[in-house]
Design a protein around this ligand. Sequence first.
Ligand SMILES: Cc1cc2nc3c(=O)[nH]c(=O)nc-3n(C[C@H](O)[C@H](O)[C@H](O)COP(=O)(O)O)c2cc1C
Length: 186
Amino acid sequence: MKNLIDKVTFRHGATIDTRTAQSPMLTNSGLNEKVTQDTINYYNARSQSAGMVIVEYTSVSPNGGPSRSWAPDREQLAIYDNSFVPGFKKIAEKLKKDGNKAILQLVHSGREAQYRYAFGGQVEVPSNIDFPWISYPLHELSEDEVWPIVKDFGTATKRAIASGFDGIEIHGANHYLHQEFFFCLF
Ligand SMILES: Cc1cc2nc3c(=O)[nH]c(=O)nc-3n(C[C@H](O)[C@H](O)[C@H](O)COP(=O)(O)O)c2cc1C
């Protein structure tokens, strides 16, 4: 019989202090897709919230987000180049200060990256079928264009680990790119 407050050791050997995790939740505290002091304060306050805290939606490619925006200065986060690393280092340091594990959720929003279009970028999809409710142009990815995105997930993972995170989670829901590959209709 296991209790919620028991430690759990994963197959590769990492141990978390309780069998609890905080699920990833957007704070929309970014600015120019970068971590702000608000983001750091939020995660600093949650360093004891669970054995493992999964940090929110973070885009791996320039065209991988943002998908939503509450206001011009309330943005989602990204980690598609090294300039993002200092902010994530601060999050990891604050989150882990009481012994928690820190995980970063990585995403490419695919056709949902509507704010990338609003900022002048390209919105990328596996299949450019007609989505009647989508009002912005979609770019159908060729196979040659998919592989760099696969690599972006790898590079983003290295940046997360270099920032002090213990691991990453790949966002596979919300009709983002991964889900679009196997279920494109809605
Ligand atoms: C404000 C808010 C932001 C969220 N942001 C994310 C996110 O960035 N990534 C994600 O995978 N899920 C996100 N979710 C979904 C949660 O991680 C969680 O799966 C959902 O709330 C269901 O869990 P619950 O039944 O414990 O509430 C968000 C949920 C909320 C309420």
